[in-house]
Design a protein around this ligand. Sequence first.
Ligand code: PEP
Length: 248
Amino acid sequence: MRTLIAGNWKMNGSRAMLAELDRIAEAAAGTPAIDVAIAPPFTLLGEAVGHAGPVAIGGQDCHQVAQGAHTGCIAAPMLVEMGARFVICGHSERRAEFGEIDSLVRAKAEAAQTSGLLAIVCIGEDEPGRDRGQAAMAVTAELEGSVPPTSTAANLVISYEPAWAIGTGRTPTMAEIAEMHGLIRARLIQLLGEQGRGVRILYGGSVTPDNAAAILACAEVNGALIGGASLSADRFVPIVRAAANLAR
Ligand code: PEP
């Protein structure tokens, strides 16, 4: 299974940031054993494709239908036309800020897959859930509710992102990450059969150049989804290199 290191620029970035992408693309060209991806804001998507080299460019969200009267929304086929290869579905910020529930996330992921995009489906418990000892239950419920029946190892990636670890500088312990990824793998196999064995499971939440190697070495961690540290090549490229070293 190829490791995937994906960056999510969120609502950050102007054309000047494409210079960071140039440097990330150069590094990715030197690490052909792993996959590298960046999700810039929609406004930069088309231009980013021209700077990406081997880096896959994708969207941070898509609508669940292919076209129509949905002001302000972007459909999966529009992303495809711009050169996108993946889309992030159900990021915890979309779940929290825009009330996206599992059934909507599943519909968006299915729309992405039907259009030929890889769907990166995000799941993860919030802090009160973890404090109550209900992290595993919450993650399992989100997984079951958010994974579309059209999923295969080729068109689905799961990103386990505890909401309390995103942008906070806090991470679970390595044992906790391995335990949750093991649980997600087991449930994916129940849901998707053999295909579930090949679905990549990323970890997301305060991944930095300092902790990347340890996190990526955990059992059933097949890559990372990175927010803050993906905004500069100086921080993102060492994570790409750490992943490439482990993939050797
Ligand atoms: C994210 O937003 O998916 C994320 C993991 O952010 P950060 O790396 O900044 O915690």
